[in-house]
Every structure is written in C-alpha cells, then in structure tokens.
Write a protein that binds this ligand. Sequence first.
Ligand code: ATP
Ligand code: MG
Length: 596
Amino acid sequence: MPESAPTLSARWPAIAKPHGASTVVPNLVDYERTRAEFSWAQARADLDGLPNGRGLNIAHEAVDRHAAGDRRNRVALGWLSKDGTRRDFTYADLCDETSRFANVLKSLGVGKGDPVAVLAGRIPELYIAALGTLKNGSVFTPLFSAFGPEPIQSRINIARATVLVTTDALYRKKIEALRGSLPSLQHVLLVGETPSIQKLSGVRHLRSLMADADQHFTIPPTDPEDAALLHFTSGTTGKPKGALHVHEAVVAHHATARFALDFHPDDVFWCTADPGWVTGTSYGIIAPLTHGLTSIVDEADFDAGRWYSILQAERITVWYTAPTAIRMLMKAGAAAARQHAFPSLRFLASVGEPLNPEAVAWGVEAFDKPFHDNWWQTETGGIMIANFAAMEIRPGSMGRPLPGIDVAIVRHVGEDAIEVVEAPDTEGELALRPGWPSMFRGYLSDEERYRKCFVGGYYLTGDLAKRDRDGYYWFIGRADDVIKSSGHLIGPFEVESVLLEHPAVAEAGVIGKPDPVALEVVKAFVALKLGYEPNETLKRELLGFARVRLGAAVAPKEIDFRPSIPKNRAGKIMRRLLKARELGLPEGDISTLEAS
Ligand code: ATP
Ligand code: MG
C-alpha cells in the first residue's frame, strides 16, 4: 500500500446523517435495496415519452409535459439579471418560447441532427435556444461565453455548426473577424438589436424572428438514439474533446438527480455551473425541469455576498456548486455566511474537482449542512458516484455508485487488457460498465480515441481511485497528474487537501517534478489567503505542516508561492500547466485557461 492512501479517511471523521432537522424524507434511503431493485427500463417509465409512441425527446420531458399538466403555471426558470431585475418563466411560458425558437429553426431549414451553437452568458435566450433546439431535433452545442476567438472557432468547426445564437456584443468582439473561417455556419441569430450589424449577410435578429414565429410546435418523432447534445470537455488534461450525447440521456439526468441531488417536487434548485459545461446543461437546464422544479439562474459571476443573498432570498432548497466556488466562499470566511439565514436550504452538493475534506466540513460551519461531493465527467453525461442525502458522508470521498451504475477499479495488464481489482483500498483506474443512458456516443472527429476508452467490457475514465471496504470511492488523481515518487503513487489531491488545512493557504496545486533519484518529487504551488505574506519562514512552516500529516515520502519537498493557481474556465486546477511552466516545456492547449 502506498503511504498516501489512508490519511484523509483516517483524519476526517465521517459525518453522520441525518444532519439537521429536515422533515423531507430522502429519495434514496435503503442503498442496497434501491440498487438491487433499480433498472433503467423502470427509470425510463418515470418519463412520459412523446405522445403516441413517437419516441423520447429531452425537451418534451423538461417542458411540454409540464406545460400540459398541473405544473403549467409554476415558475420553471427564475432568472436573475446582472443588474438586479428578475424575469420568471412558467412552464407554459417556456413551452411557448421554446416552440417559437423551434419554429424559427424550422423556417430557416435547420433540421434533425443539425448542430446549433449558442455563445452567450446565462441569459434567458440561452435556455430557450437550448430547449428549442432539442424540440426541433437539432443538436445543442453550448460555447462558454468567456472563450476567446480561437477556442470558439475550433469548436464551431469541429461541431460543424450551421447556426450560431449569440449576443451583439459577443458577435462584435469574437465572431465578426472569424466569419470567413467558419465555413459550416449559415445563420447567426443575434439576441440584441444593434442596427449596424443588421446589414451583414446571414445575420438575423432573433427577437423579430421569434415575434413572427408560431408558439405551437409539434415535436417530430425522436428516436432515443438521436443526437441531442454536443459538449466539449474542460481541457484540463489536453485538447478539449467534443462528446456527443443522445436524447435517451434524459433518463439518466432525471434518475440521477432524484438520487444524488435528492430532488423533491417543491424544490427550488440552484446550479451555479454555466451551461457552457456539461453540469450547467445536464443539471443546470434539463434535470430540474424534468422534475418540474423551479430552477434559479443567476446571470452574474461569482460574488460571495450576492450568492448568500440569492440562497436566502430565493429560498433555495437544493444547491449544486463546485469546489473552486466553495474555496472562494471559504476565503471570505464563514462569518459572511452567518450574516444570512438559510432556513429553506436542505441539500448541498459539489462536482467538478475533488472536494477537500476541509470544504465538506466548512459547509457545516457556514450552512449547518455538509457539502455532498459527487463525481462524473462530460463523457458520462450524468452523476455516477455520489454522497447521498440519507447516508453518512466520508469527507474526501466521492461517495458510492448510483443505482444502475457499475463501477470497478481496474489495473492494466498489457496493451489492451485490464483486470478488475477486487481488494479494497487498492489504487487503480476508475472504470464503468457501459450501458447507462447518458453515456457519450462518441468523440466528434476522433473515433479512434473513443474506441480506446473501452477495454475489457469497461469504459476507462482516466481517473485513478480506490474503493474502501464499505464501497465508498476515493479519488486519487487524474492518471496524467498522479506522481510517482520512490515507489509510491501519490495523488495531488491528498497533498493539496492537507495544505488547505493550514490557515494561511487559500489554494494549492501539486505536481511531480522529475528527480534523478526518486523519479519524481512532490512540488506544491500555494496561493495565500489575504493577510499572509509569502516568505521563507512560512514556506518552512508549510513544509513541516505537510510532513507531519502526510509523512516524509508523500509530503512536498518544495513549495513555491504564487498569487493564484492556474485554473481553466470550468474552475479546475491545471496541474499540467504548472508542470510545463516549472519545467520550461510548451504549455500545450490552453484554450480553456482562465485569464489571471
Ligand atoms: P479534459 O477531459 O478535457 O482533460 P476534464 O476531464 O476536466 O477535461 P470534465 O469532463 O469537465 O473535463 O471533467 C471531468 C473530470 O473532472 C473527471 O474525470 C475528474 O478528473 C474530475 N472530477 C469531476 N468531479 C470530481 C470529483 N467529485 N472528485 C474528483 N474529481 C472530479
Ligand atoms: Mg476528462
């Protein structure tokens, strides 16, 4: 056993449930029984399907069936604009608007399977375009609005998008100069009304097209295997890949949200992820609507005070956010949270990166509730492993597999073969048995890479993990980030989590630095909290602090201070970039790097 393995679980006690005094009974109470009785066919039966057996369409499940039922006048989307105004869309409103959008596409000759890219901030038109595109049988391709021209160009071209929906400002800033190098693009639909843009060919104003369009639209027959969503991965480990998902994915969006986010009919849900990333679509658009909830959308960027006000004023019951955001809230201190009251808040969840135990526990300090970590990928389309509402949380663990999801730890034996590692607490690659509905159906333009993901009857995730005796999974690191030092396999997450326990540390990124003797040594990059000065004394203190907790073999040998740790726009630490910069190597694809 490598020395790194047991430290997190040994030092952070499990958080027992139920925590707090919620009167809501969790959806998943008996884990073993629910797993045993679960089937995807039954999960499919929880949805309606298109009338007259015409198939399964995400937008019908999310919008039309509620608009035709008793949730018709319930707020589906509560949109909070940057400037403080709000707009509510009931299910009936959303049905009309998305039908208009689908009719606009139809009138332009855009049909089944045609990719529709949307480059916009979190404005209502983004949500309407997403669902209207799905109604029309076209493929929704979100593009994160903060991307620069190059990543936009490559994604539109990989997707071969025929339509782009964007704002006037983004068009001016990022698209206008690119138009000549976007050969697939036939139509640009602008959300604003700037007259000078009107004259350009192929550019139309969405508002006038929508005004002329009929608010009734009959969703065409949709095969569950019809393409629906094209999501680009976050580019943490290399060039982003375009992962294709089909309409059947909605079965998983719906079922996983019920179990892992504990959706109940009266919930008011807030997913802070941008739809430019898969979380912001699977759980920021689709799942809350298939459940008929009210979903809150905030147009503005992160701001601790604003976020606390939203949680309080909107009476959020279920909140889904990410480790980077939680660490930023932690930086501002729990006292800021304590100035507010959150009597409605019932369930807190996080995804995207490993959630440090410190952050799980901080949830209790700030909200009287722990954060529930869960794990998934762009490729899996939905949550695969989670800490559930009714079960104890093991801080630092991703939790247990969802019903319907078979997870294994595997080891490579030769080029094209794996073996399943049965022994608990043993590191290996996290692998999933294919067959869940939201599994990606391909990487666009990279068939070979897609094929290579499947070995020995498993989908290989590229993440290393281990399972404990009780079936909880512990993330070690991405295969590319794991450090091999003097015969030990060291996960950067473990080392970063320990550094974060020190009061001076706001963020940490850990890499393996080549070493002639040890193969690699652990090197940490640390950003300090306000009020702390980088100096030799603090460096020595941090080295000692980590050594006491991790042991000499695992603790960092070197620490450098940085004003901030490089992250991509999805909020993930880019360790490969820290490494490339440390070694003076080329930086590789940095199209998703956050501006610092
Ligand atoms: P790329 O594939 O382009 O390198 P990416 O893997 O970061 O980017 P995503 O699909 O957005 O793109 O992220 C999925 C990855 O994020 C997972 O494979 C895992 O490494 C990490 N991740 C997500 N949730 C968790 C979690 N709860 N704990 C640990 N890691 C997580
Ligand atoms: Mg990935």
